[in-house]
Design a protein around this ligand. Structure first.
Ligand SMILES: CC(C)(COP(=O)(O)OP(=O)(O)OC[C@H]1O[C@@H](n2cnc3c(N)ncnc32)[C@H](O)[C@@H]1OP(=O)(O)O)[C@@H](O)C(=O)NCCC(=O)NCCS
Length: 155
């Protein structure tokens, strides 16, 4: 049997409140400044698109996106650190962008730290271009860090 057939295909499903503990474990291990439980709860309660990618019932990635007035804003995209650089980030991103299209969004926006070179590579290779900069947007280990604003058309 080939290695490809032995690798389970990930499933996507909406995040629920009871998933938040598992999501937080990944969030805490993947970010220097992770979101807390309250932010995920708020995202679920306001009806943002919060999705998980699972492999054999293990959460391996998740994403949070708001969609309104023809625009989608990617607010979080994260892959379990041990499984990064294996294509899951791109799969999760493609899934969310397809969802945004289904909800009639014609533009996608996101913010990223200039120091996050793998995320920037992922987004640029997925068709995002820089459209602006927010100065001192993110907390950093020392002081604050700017945010690059990226955007792409979904049509
Ligand atoms: C950013 C993130 C979502 C990317 O997901 P991923 O599954 O690791 O990335 P993929 O395997 O889909 O690869 C995407 C691109 O980044 C490159 N990349 C990712 N990790 C890499 C690594 N450690 N070394 C070299 N290249 C890497 C891949 O080669 C690929 O490049 P390509 O577009 O030329 O093919 C993931 O690293 C992550 O969760 N990081 C922590 C949370 C975070 O920073 N999220 C983004 C917030 S804006």
């Amino acid at each position: 049997m080939s290695a490809v057939l032995e690798t389970p295909v990930p499933d996507f499903r909406p995040m629920r409140e009871e998933d938040i503990a598992g999501v937080l474990a990944i969030e805490d291990s993947a970010y220097t400044h992770p979101w807390g439980e309250g932010i995920f709860l708020d995202c679920l309660r306001v009806g943002y698109s919060c999705w998980l990618m699972e492999r054999e019932e293990e959460i391996i990635a998740y994403g949070v996106m708001s969609i309104a007035a023809g625009e989608s804003h990617l607010l979080n995209l994260c892959v379990k650190p041990q499984l990064q650089n294996m294509g899951y980030g791109r799969m999760m991103l493609d899934y969310l962008l397809d969802l945004a299209r289904q909800h009639k969004a014609d533009m996608a926006f996101l913010e990223v730290r200039p120091s996050n070179r793998y995320a920037i590579k992922l987004y640029r290779n997925s068709g995002f271009d820089e459209v602006g900069m927010r100065r001192n947007y993110y907390p950093a280990i020392i002081g604050r860090e700017d945010a690059i604003i990226l955007a792409r058309s979904l049509v």
